[in-house]
Design a protein around this ligand. Structure first.
Ligand code: BDR
Ligand code: CA
Length: 316
C-alpha cells in the first residue's frame, strides 16, 4: 500500500490524479497540499477541497501553500488550458466543500505527516515545486521519511510553456533546482516527453464518463481542456500529465526510468525553466556535475490508459 501525499495546483489533470489517489485501494492518501500554478492558490485550494468532497474523502487533510514562486514572482498562470477557475470553467459541477483547510499551511502539514509516519512516504508534486523546496530547506531531518518524490514536470526535448520549458518547472525554476539538483531525496521525474505519449482519446473519455458518478463529474470538467489539447496535439484528445505520475506513485515500476544527471536553467534567457538532462554515457556513470534523477522514459501505454480508468471505477 503506497503511503502518499499529493502537492498540487488543480487543474483538470490534477483533478483526475487526485481522484485516482483518493479512490484506489492501493493508495493510502495521507494529505493534499496546494500551490499556485494553473490558477492562483485560493482557487487551487478550493478545487482540491471540492475534489476530495466528490470522492467522499473529507477525511484527507488539505493545507494551502505558496501563492508565488520562491524568488522571482510572475503573473503567468495556465488558464488557457485549465480555464479561469482551474477546472475548465466547470468547478461548480463539483460539490461545495463542507470543511476548510487545516491551519498552519502546506509545509507544516507536510512536516507533521512525515513526522507521524511510521514508514517512509511518497510525495507526488504535480505543480510548481515551491512547497517542496521550502519543506526540504526547513525540515532537512525529515528527508529519510520521504521514500521518493514522483514529480510531474520538465521535458527532455521541447516544452509546453516555451520552446524549452515545461509549465511546472518554468513556474518556479529556483524551487525546482533546489529540489531536483541541490538535494538528494530519491526522485522520479515524469516529463512531458512521456505524458504526451500517454495522451487519451475520445473513446477513453467516453469510458471515463461511464466509470460511475465520479467519472461522470470528472468528464464534465474536460471539454475545454480537450479543445486546448486537440489544438496542441493536432488530434482529438487530451494529456493527463499528473495522472501518469500518480499511477507510478501508487504502483512503483509502472513507468520505466533511466537515471540522468539533471540541471535546471535559472537564467532569464529563452530557456528559463528548461530541464537539462545529461545523457552522455560518462555523465550517467557518475561524472556529471549535478544530482541524478530517475527520468521516466517509457511504459506500456495501453495498459497505463486502462490503469487510469481502473483507478476511477466506483467501487460498491
Ligand atoms: C503540468 O502543468 C499543468 O498545466 C498540468 O496540471 C501539469 O501538472 C503539465 O505541464
Ligand atoms: Ca498540475
Amino acid at each position: 500500500m503506497a503511503r502518499l501525499i499529493i502537492d498540487t495546483d488543480p487543474g483538470v489533470d490534477d483533478a483526475i490524479a487526485i481522484a485516482i489517489a483518493a479512490l484506489s485501494p492501493g493508495s493510502d492518501l495521507l494529505g493534499v497540499t496546494t500551490v499556485f500554478g494553473n490558477v492562483g492558490l485560493a482557487k487551487t485550494t478550493r478545487n482540491a477541497l471540492r475534489l476530495l468532497e466528490l470522492c467522499g474523502r473529507a477525511d484527507v487533510p488539505v493545507a494551502a501553500g505558496a501563492d508565488r514562486p520562491l524568488v522571482h514572482p510572475h503573473a503567468r498562470r495556465d488558464s488557457s488550458a485549465h480555464g479561469d477557475d482551474g477546472l475548465s470553467g466547470h468547478a461548480e459541477v463539483l460539490p461545495e466543500p463542507a470543511r476548510d483547510v487545516v491551519a498552519g499551511g502546506a509545509v507544516a502539514l507536510l512536516a507533521s505527516l512525515l513526522e507521524r509516519a511510521d514508514q517512509p512516504v511518497t510525495i507526488a508534486p504535480i505543480g510548481p515545486l515551491t512547497n517542496i523546496a521550502l519543506l526540504l530547506a526547513a525540515y532537512p531531518h525529515l528527508k529519510p521519511k520521504i521514500e521518493r518524490l514522483v514529480v510531474m514536470g520538465g521535458a527532455i526535448e521541447g516544452g509546453n510553456v516555451s520552446a524549452r520549458a515545461e509549465f511546472n518547472i518554468w513556474s518556479d525554476p529556483e524551487a525546482a533546482r533546489r529540489v531536483l539538483v541541490a538535494d538528494d531525496v530519491p526522485c522520479v521525474l515524469v516529463p512531458l516527453d512521456l505524458t504526451h505519449r500517454c495522451a487519451v482519446d475520445r473513446a477513453w473519455l467516453e469510458d471515463l464518463a461511464g466509470c460511475g458518478r465520479i467519472g461522470e463529474a470528472l468528464h464534465a470538467l474536460t471539454p475545454e481542456y480537450v479543445r486546448h489539447y486537440t489544438a496542441a496535439l493536432g488530434v482529438p484528445g487530451m494529456v493527463v500529465h499528473d495522472a501518469v505520475a500518480i499511477v507510478e506513485a501508487i504502483t512503483p515500476g509502472t513507468l520505466t526510468t533511466e537515471s540522468m544527471p539533471l540541471d535546471i536553467e535559472c537564467s532569464f534567457g529563452p530557456s528559463r525553466g528548461a530541464v537539462i538532462a545529461d545523457r552522455r554515457r560518462l555523465a550517467r556513470a557518475g561524472d556529471g556535475a549535478s544530482g541524478p534523477a530517475d527520468v521516466a522514459v517509457d511504459t506500456d501505454i495501453d495498459q497505463l490508459r486502462a490503469l487510469l480508468l481502473d483507478g476511477l471505477r466506483e467501487r460498491k
